[in-house]
Ligand binder design. Structure first.
Ligand code: TXA
Ligand code: MG
Length: 316
């Protein structure tokens, strides 16, 4: 069932059930951290390996404190400037955080999401909520309650409908190592936005912790996706294959594929991010033989989108 009642969502969570929740990035599949069976259910519903850790969502810094060993000064800076918002930070975890959340690692990923309904829900349940994106493992993340209903509706009792996700792409994930900020996943906050807050460059080193960058095939529709730097007329020769094209702002009028989606006619990366997963999901339902996606400019949010597209794509 889908609805807008925080009271119903909260009741199910406290009963140890798994519930769909809206966030500003993508929809989440939530369970209370204190309900191990419900957390286990999340992995079952998603077909996700238990070694892949979950993000905890909390309402405020006060609720975060008991979950971590310490809060690095840079994390406090980032929290003050960017939370609630699409930033996930990785901390050394306290004893309170169950192994099932962290995949047995000594760290835990936490964020304060910026969606009013989910903040209200967190304040009501007064417990951290573990929530990965509400999709099957490796599939595209849902950005509307309807998409969650279609993907997982039969497996969960309630989806809290908070409207379409404002950002449309997952949170940026960072970790702190030896006083440096490490980027573990590109996301809805750009590197520039993080850098403005900390005044420091962000390193992208290989780490031994398990993080999203390790999972190469991800975020992918069932339809084969090909990413191209520019769309050339040779694409017209792909007929009789049924091809759909996703471009940034260019309508590619001289290309004659069966279906075209322009992510942002006004060339806004923010708007394109809002539409990316929704478009991939819609095209996947229309079952083309192939989706051709134009690579986005490799700056700002374009980088996060290119990261997702490259993981959705088949090599060609
Ligand atoms: O925007 C988001 O972050 C959404 C919404 C629902 O909050 N959530 C989300 O969760 O994208 P998920 O599970 O689909 O992706 C979280 C990623 C996982 O791939 C996992 O590898 C990484 O976060 N992660 C979780 N705990 C971690 C940890 N302790 N260290 C490093 N990476 C971690
Ligand atoms: Mg995910």
């Amino acid at each position: 069932m889908t609805g807008t009642s925080v009271a119903i969502a909260s009741k199910y969570l406290l009963q140890g059930k798994v519930v769909g929740i809206p966030t500003e990035t993508v929809y989440g599949l939530a369970a209370s951290m204190y309900q191990p069976d419900a957390v286990k259910r999340i992995f079952d519903i998603k077909n996700r390996p238990v070694s892949n850790p979950l993000i905890l969502h909390v309402a405020d810094l006060e609720s975060l404190e008991p979950l971590v060993k310490e809060i690095p000064p840079q994390a406090l800076q980032l929290a003050a400037a960017l939370w609630p918002g699409p930033l996930t930070m990785v901390f050394n975890r306290s004893e309170r955080v169950p192994d099932i959340i962290t995949g047995g690692q000594s760290t835990v990923a936490i964020r304060i999401p910026a969606h009013p309904l989910t903040l209200e829900l967190l304040q009501t349940v007064k417990q951290p909520l573990a929530a990965p994106s509400a999709n099957k493992y490796n599939y595209i993340s849902p950005v509307t309650a309807t998409a969650v209903e279609e993907m997982l509706g039969e497996e969960i009792p309630y989806i809290l409908d908070g409207g379409p996700c404002q950002k449309g792409i997952e949170s940026t994930i960072v970790a702190f190592r030896n006083g440096e900020l490490q980027l573990l996943r590109q996301g809805a906050y750009t590197e520039m936005e993080l850098r403005k807050v900390t005044g420091k460059r962000i390193v992208q080193e290989e780490t031994d912790i398990r993080h999203p960058g390790m999972y190469k095939k991800h975020y992918s529709p069932h339809t084969p996706v090909i990413v191209m730097n520019e769309i050339k007329e040779v694409v017209n020769k792909l007929k009789p294959m049924r091809v759909a094209l996703i471009s940034f702002f260019n309508p590619y009028d001289h290309i004659t594929v069966e279906r075209k989606v322009v992510l942002s006619p006004k060339a806004s990366l923010e708007e394109a991010a809002q539409n990316l997963y929704a478009s991939l999901y819609q095209l996947d339902k229309e079952s083309y033989d192939m989706i051709i996606a134009e690579k986005l400019p490799d700056t700002g949010l374009g980088r996060a989108m290119n990261d997702r597209l490259s993981r959705a794509a088949v090599p060609y």
